[in-house]
Design a protein around this ligand. Structure first.
Ligand code: ADP
Ligand code: MN
Ligand code: MN
Ligand code: MN
Length: 339
């Protein structure tokens, strides 16, 4: 190990309704450091500056839970942390601690959509200062200077995720101009959430170096004919993976259709989701619940491949939006399936 190492401690603040990323650097002596999360000490921060504490008693704790290489820094690591209160109990803003998946039975693949955003015009990349680019249609998986905006950022982000060791599975240009997606899969709900948050951090930091920001809002262009952004949650447990019959899938999907489940899910599926889940643009409306094979207008889609594979695999909850916290999304899905 190098003489000194740089640990970037990353956590979620207490902003509502959408928590945002915070980070700061800790320098450690490299001699005894093995690169494991257990070698990262608990640290503290000023919770009164992040809406997590009051000024009179401001210290909150950072408990390292996931570590990977920081490809942008020599001798650097990215350290995802949970926030604890001074008494070492999980802070109210800590969604990760609410995940009930000790046996890592649940696998998650999140499809994270987002807009690359020009902070000076306050518009997506590719949007002229006045008026609009040509209507959506050619942008999805498009190529060329009139279709793909910000690809250099997407490429750099993809490489950084791979170098960091995240299990990123793909990227694609999305339906609106300046809109993109990446997918991350992990076995274990906490691991999936950790990796999504670290990938979001890497995207913010990469875009920042280009003077571009990332817009995670689910409907940043308002009530227009431009798509919103989702974070589809593909999930499975051993029961769905072993599968074998339609009834197994029906039983789990129907658990999501009760009034209580709908309420619990929508509460954490991201701010302003009523603006996105309208029944248009490949969504089901927020006040309806449905599931169906290959149905991109349903709340939950059963992929066609699952049926063809003898009813084995996973389902896709299409309702979570781009701004949702993957920890909280995973927690509510697991709760709904288990109870
Ligand atoms: P689409 O855009 O058609 O909805 P994507 O290919 O973008 O599909 O995303 C599908 C996601 O499903 C991927 O993130 C993948 O990791 C995930 N996935 C595949 N198999 C499973 C599984 N058994 N359990 C959970 N997620 C899965
Ligand atoms: Mn996708
Ligand atoms: Mn998509
Ligand atoms: Mn999808």
């Amino acid at each position: 190990m190098a003489n000194k190492i740089k640990l970037e401690y990353i956590w979620l603040d207490g902003y509502q309704p959408t928590q945002t990323l915070r980070s700061k650097t800790k320098i450690l002596d490299g001699e005894a450091f093995t690169g494991k999360v257990d070698d990262c000490p608990i640290w503290s921060f000023d919770g009164s500056s992040t809406e997590q504490a009051l000024g009179g008693s401001s210290d909150c704790l950072l408990k390292p839970v996931y570590i990977c290489d920081d490809p942008s820094r020599s001798n650097g690591y990215l350290v995802m942390c949970e926030v604890l209160n001074a008494d070492h109990q999980p802070h109210a803003s800590n969604g990760r601690a609410t995940i009930d998946d000790q046996d890592k039975d649940f696998w998650f693949g999140f499809e994270q959509e987002y807009f690359l955003w020009d902070p000076t015009t306050n518009l997506p990349l590719g949007f002229p200062e006045n008026g609009f680019p040509s209507p959506q249609g050619p942008y999805y998986c498009g190529v060329g200077a009139k279709r793909a905006y910000g690809r250099e950022i997407v490429e750099e982000h993809l490489d950084l995720c791979l170098e960091a060791g995240l299990n990123i599975e793909g990227v694609n240009a999305e339906v609106a101009a300046g809109q993109w997606e990446f997918q991350i899969f992990a076995k274990g709900a906490q691991a999936a959430g950790d990796q999504i948050w670290v990938a979001r951090f890497l995207l913010e930091r990469t875009a920042e170096s280009y003077g571009v920001s990332v817009n995670w809002e689910c409907k940043p262009l308002g009530d227009t004919d431009w798509n919103g952004s989702g974070m589809h949650a593909n999930f499975s447990n051993a029961v769905l993976r072993k599968g074998g019959s339609k009834e197994i899938f029906d039983e789990i999907c129907n658990k999501f259709g009760t009034e209580e489940a709908i309420k619990n899910c929508i509460a954490v599926y991201g701010a302003d989701n009523d603006k996105r889940l309208t029944g248009k643009h490949e969504t089901q409306s927020i006040d309806k619940f449905s599931y169906g094979i290959s149905d991109r207008g349903a709340s939950i889609r059963i992929p066609l491949g699952v049926v063809e594979n003898g009813w084995k695999g996973y389902v896709e909850d299409r309702r979570p939006n781009s701004a949702a916290d993957p920890y909280k999304v995973a927690a509510v899905i697991i709760h709904t399936v288990k109870y």
